[in-house]
Design a protein around this ligand. Structure first.
Ligand code: CUA
Length: 309
């Protein structure tokens, strides 16, 4: 069961949800076994046998009726108490200003840090051991933020601001996903929560806050020019190059991230090349069109993007 994230919690909030799930699973399992057993017993005991007449007919039984009303009621009260307890741990009141804002887009995640001003996509870095308050917003439709090992699920609703506590007890990378159907590429709306020692996290944040490095080679420079001249710049910001809009993932430090397309590809030069040649072949219906780039253009763009460490 260690492989199933919900049975392998890594924070007090995640553990509360996991414990509740396990308790309800066991309670329901016992009830299922009891009912199946009674049905099987009745089938065998009252089966048709040669020479046997009708079995004894029963019309009402006060004591049994009281039992099968009171016992389920008590079981429901028990589950209610367990649920309230899990909610108390996993969803305490948000009394401070958020540490970071996560904005759900079709089909990727925009991450904005309150203190450092860092903007990134699909990869949330936090210092392990600290409880961070996350504000959740939507840019378009209803999404749902779910990192099963770390926190409860929380819907992201246009026009409504929700909050969640995000925390990891130990360093590691934890998979998260959108858990509310939000269109064609809902399944490829994944994210990583990377919990690091506080020193490593601070170094990451300082680096991410910097503008993109200047191109150092010919291909990198040509790639930068293509980025500005083609339609890329109409959606993607790169600090230090062009920040017109943030309709698509911020690429300022693209090369430092682990995945592309919200988890659909590993972030390697070969996969980035495949992506740029035709994103629609890899993530159909995603907002990035096939730009029909030539092999030379793709090569220069990959050189430029790989320099964005
Ligand atoms: Cu976003 Cu499903």
């Amino acid at each position: 069961m260690q492989e199933i994230p919900v049975f392998n919690p890594a924070s007090p909030e995640g553990k509360a949800i996991s414990d509740l799930f396990l308790a309800v699973l066991v309670i329901c399992g016992v009830i299922l076994a009891m009912i199946s057993g009674l049905v099987a017993y009745s089938l065998v005991r009252s089966r048709a046998r040669p020479g046997a007449g009708e079995p004894r007919q029963v019309f009402g039984n006060r004591r049994l009726e009281v039992i099968w009303t009171v016992v389920p009621f008590l079981v429901l009260v028990w589950i209610f108490a367990l649920t309230v307890q899990a909610m108390r741990i996993s969803d305490p009141a948000a009394v401070q200003s958020p540490d970071l804002t996560v904005i759900g887009h079709q089909w990727w995640w925009e991450i904005r840090y309150a203190k450092s001003g860092v903007v990134t996509a699909n990869e949330i870095h936090i210092p392990f051991g600290e409880r961070w308050l996350v504000r959740l917003e939507s840019a378009d439709v209803i999404h749902d933020f779910w990192a099963p090992q770390l926190a409860r699920k929380m819907d992201i609703i246009p026009g409504v601001t929700n909050h969640i506590w995000l925390q990891a007890d130990k360093p590691g990378s934890y998979l998260g996903a959108c858990a509310e159907y939000c269109g064609a590429e809902h399944a490829w709306m994944r994210f990583l929560v990377i919990a690091e020692p506080p020193g490593e996290f601070a170094a990451w944040a300082t680096h991410q806050a910097q503008s993109a490095p200047a191109p150092a080679t010919g291909p990198q420079e040509r790639g930068r020019q293509l980025f500005v001249q083609m339609t890329c710049v109409n959606c993607h910001p790169i600090r230090g190059v062009a920040t017109l809009v943030d309709a698509a993932p911020d690429l300022t430090h693209l090369a430092s991230r682990r995945t592309l397309g919200a988890g659909v590809l590993q972030n390697t030069p070969a996969e980035l090349t495949r992506w740029l040649k035709n994103p629609q072949a890899i993530k159909p219906d995603c907002k990035m069109p096939n730009l029909n780039l030539t092999d030379a253009q793709v090569h220069d763009l990959v050189s430029f993007f790989e320099s964005l460490q």
